[in-house]
Ligand binder design. Structure first.
Ligand code: HH2
Length: 297
């Protein structure tokens, strides 16, 4: 596959995914989370039934989601291992039903090459790998074969130790270096750079302070990858609950919107969230403020 970058200017471009391109850098894109798992940390069990999952997906599209991210395995601390066939059994029917029905692209949140392949065959256009190709590097071969978009997220350790390793000292240095390695591996396996997107992995093996730092200093990461879109997922995560004095998952909406606003002002191009309507409204305002700031400078 040819390796043309569709970048138009620094900090903006076209993210190539399987059957279209998504412009990034002008308007912030909103990725809606659809967990078809019995045990995800914030919505576990709610959309395990495919009919309810499809209903929720339709609502997120109506609310303005630009991408739907379907996941069949929870990554929350202490969640159960799911084998590849069970994970595919959960996500593939939902992906297939969505791909034929909704106008926005469908992403599959998986670290497993066989699940990625099955979801891509069923119509997914993006693979979202929270291991950044560390668990199954051959996942990149599947993305390359399908011409799919590939999200490379930073994390540390194995699936079992994803949330238990001691935090590294220099989090921005570690995230930047590790993501450069993930990007190099993806390109070596034939994924065009124009199909890649990076993500610092907020909440994955970072201390409370480091999660805050990753949002506060996101501009440093963005500057390190000027030709790639940057995705950030803070939605309802524990550090928000901690900052709010122990707020439960249901009580983290406003805190989440604060992190979304801060991340976009620091250069995030895509945000991954559970609450699509609130996010669409938040980023519409922040995008206007950002545009006004840019035209002044
Ligand atoms: N966070 C989660 C899962 N996938 N993917 C990307 N690219 N970035 C993230 O920050 C990210 C992600 C965890 O959130 P959620 O899907 O709600 O929970 P669970 O892993 O329990 O299903």
């Amino acid at each position: 596959m040819e390796n043309t970058s569709a970048k138009t200017e620094a900090g903006a471009g076209e993210w190539r995914i399987a059957r279209r391109s998504l412009p990034w850098g002008a308007r912030t894109l909103v990725m809606g989370v659809l967990n078809v798992t019995p045990d995800s940390f914030s919505d576990g069990g709610r959309f395990f039934d495919p009919a309810r999952a499809l209903e929720h997906a339709a609502r997120m599209v109506e609310e303005g989601a630009d991408i739907l991210d379907v996941g069949g395995e929870s990554t929350r601390p202490g969640s159960a291992d799911v084998d590849a066939s069970e994970e595919a059994r959960r996500v593939v029917p939902v992906v297939a039903a969505l791909a034929g029905r909704v106008r926005v692209p469908v992403s599959v949140d998986t670290t497993k090459a066989s699940v990625a392949r099955a979801a891509l065959d069923a119509g997914a256009e993006i693979v979202n790998d929270v291991s950044g190709l560390r668990f199954e590097p051959s996942l990149a071969d599947e993305a390359a074969r399908a011409g799919a978009g590939l999200v490379l997220m930073h994390s540390l350790g194995t699936r079992r130790t994803l949330h238990t390793l001691p935090p590294v000292e220099d989090v921005l240095g570690e995230v930047t270096e590790s993501l450069h390695a993930s990007v190099a591996e993806a390109e070596r396996r034939g994924v065009p750079r124009a199909c890649l997107c990076i993500d610092p992995g907020v909440g994955f093996g970072k201390s409370h302070e480091q999660n805050v730092e990753l949002v506060a200093r996101l501009d440093v990461l963005v500057a390190g990858f000027p030709d790639l879109p940057v995705l950030v997922g803070t939605s309802r995560k524990r550090f928000i609950g901690t900052l709010l004095g122990g707020a439960s998952v249901e009580e983290r909406l406003h805190g989440t919107m604060a992190t979304v606003a801060a991340a976009v002002l620091r250069g995030a191009h895509i945000v991954r969230v559970h609450d699509v309507r609130a996010t669409v409204e938040t980023v519409r305002i922040i995008d206007a403020i950002r545009a006004a700031t840019a035209s002044e400078g």
